[in-house]
Write a protein that binds this ligand. Structure first.
Ligand code: APR
Length: 308
């Protein structure tokens, strides 16, 4: 039997996720959106593309949650994207209503699903989804760390003229401007980044990584990034469905790891068929821990605002 992945929100990120998933023949796909006809149209268009590349998965679009029944994974991207000058936190209340509804409806039809949350502010939305669905924490994971780390890897590759495959970067913390690029643990083919380039160039890359989402928003003007966020989701779906035990940075519910509790926060997580199998802990310096605590305080403040 094929795996089934439902994507709530068939906008830029949701539909691009469907595109990458179908191309990899990873699962049957359902796209759900409130806009009438749009998810159906995108799904049909994608279905009609698959004969050309010889991929046999079904792609269905719907305005109703019934179509999501029996999903192995539910991806929530429904929400409002950032506009220029808007922070991710400005989206908090509007997107909380949307994610609450998506979580309530999907858990009814897919009681065994694993949830991947993308809607921003995603650490807070992942917390909300866990509360609303009532599922165990290991079944909810927020997508951000792969994206933030990929941005940093891209900037390092551009700076050094080295293949992205040689570059390993780890960005932890909340998915906001206080995120924590771990330069000490990041490396180029095993050579620490701090040794691979001058300190001022590395500082500039760290700064650009932190503001990476905003850079795209100010260029696009009418939306936020979608290629990199969607391929990051696909890497997580792949790791879960294939039970890969893949360690990636992602938002997990913390219960004491890194000294943090009752919060979703970007840390290295091991993903397999059960969802989050383990949170890996780096040995961090006091300075790095301080940066994490600062980022966590912002996430905790927003979680508190939702009064869950
Ligand atoms: N139920 C289902 N879909 C909804 C709902 C809802 N209640 N409310 C909005 N949507 C849909 C919109 O109709 C739209 O098609 O969510 C989709 C969002 O798509 P885009 O506007 O293209 O936004 P996108 O760039 O995909 O970003 C979605 O991901 O990265 C985050 O910050 C971003 O929170 C935003 C989310």
């Amino acid at each position: 039997m094929k795996n089934k992945v439902s994507i709530i929100g068939a906008g830029m990120t949701g539909s691009t996720t469907a595109h990458w998933l179908a191309e990899r023949e990873l699962a049957d796909i359902v796209l759900v959106d409130i806009v009438e006809g749009m998810p159906q149209g995108k799904a049909l268009d994608l279905q009609e593309a698959l004969p050309v590349i010889g991929k046999d998965v079904s792609v269905v679009g719907s305005n109703s949650y019934e179509a999501t029944a029996g999903s192995d994974i539910v991806v929530i991207t429904a929400g409002l994207p950032r506009k220029p000058g808007m922070s991710r936190d400005d989206l908090l209340f509007a997107n909380a209503d949307i994610v609450r509804k998506a979580a309530e409806e999907t858990i009814k039809y897919s009681p065994e699903a694993i949830f991947i949350i993308l809607t921003n502010p995603l650490d807070v939305m992942a917390y909300l989804a866990m509360k609303v669905t009532g599922v165990a924490p290991h079944r909810v994971v927020g997508q951000a760390g792969i994206l933030d780390s990929a941005r940093m890897r891209a900037f390092v590759a551009m700076e050094l003229g080295v293949s992205v495959e040689n570059i390993h970067c780890y960005v932890l913390g909340g998915h906001g401007d206080e995120m924590v690029p771990l330069t000490r643990h990041s490396n180029v083919a095993g050579v620490p980044l701090e040794k691979a380039m001058p300190a001022d160039r590395l500082a500039a890359i760290v700064d650009r990584t932190r503001k990476g989402g905003g850079e795209i928003v100010s260029l696009l003007k009418t939306g936020s990034a979608f290629y990199a966020p969607s391929i990051a989701i696909v890497q997580m779906v792949d790791a879960i469905l294939k039970d890969k035990h893949l360690v990636v940075p992602a938002a997990a519910y913390l219960q004491g790891e890194y000294g943090l509790k009752d919060i979703f926060f970007g840390v290295p997580v091991q993903l397999g068929r059960r969802g989050i199998e383990k949170v890996w802990e780096y040995e961090l310096t006091e300075q790095e821990l301080d940066a994490l605590r600062k980022s966590a305080a912002g996430v905790a403040e927003n979680i508190a605002k939702l009064n869950l």
